[in-house]
Write a protein that binds this ligand. Sequence first.
Ligand code: DGL
Length: 261
Amino acid sequence: MNTQPIGMFDSGIGGTSIWSEIVRLLPNEHTIYLADSKYAPYGERSSDDIVSLSIKNTEKLIQMGCKMIVVACNTATTNAIRILREQYAIPFVGIEPAIKTAALATKTKKVGVLATKGTLSSKLFSDTSGRYANDVELIEVIGKGLVPLIEQDKIDDAAMRTLLQAYLTPMLEQDIDYLVLGCSHYPYLIPLLRSLIPAHIKIVDSGEAVAKQTEKLLRLHGINGNVDAPNYQFFTNSNTETLCKILDRHQYPYNAQYMSF
Ligand code: DGL
């Protein structure tokens, strides 16, 4: 047993979608979440930049006593997790677009992938696609501008609808039957996405898979927690209000504050 917290980080508030899946599956763990909103979006940055930011967040979480780190960001995972695993001894869980799930299930053999530029251009993404989606056509679209709107609490704005309509058009023209959400911010767009795509198209995100992987790794390393009253701590280096607004969508008590990092 180990009652140290599980650390998580994302380029901003989006990874809270992953955090909520983790605490639902693992209700006896403390968590510490870093929202690196000051440096969002990661998706438009160079790979070197994404690695440096991921190292900065990792060191902060280790300093804060975390026993494991969940990289709750596809862009950081696909660009930096290999390096993090090489440099630090604690276990890391990453998140990647759920290409395998969609590729195994698609009937039309056409799968839409909405993700950041940083994820879609990464080696890990092309390796995963090559391995699992060889016989499937992936219609990859960069969700440019989506993360900044979510970070500004503009999830339901007309501007978001306009962007999504434009990004979905090439996918719908190609008759996709699966839409993979390759960014941890995007699950918050599911209600809007549902209103823009036909009902037969399935939307897949990786939240539940990441939670299961977190549970598996805790068990493997023998570091599960057993706390009765878990503490959910959130730190942002930007706007606390937007972070709290997104956390209020979930049914868990939390503590959120500003911190410079
Ligand atoms: N949540 C991040 C991801 O999963 C967003 C990346 C960004 O900041 O552009 O990719």
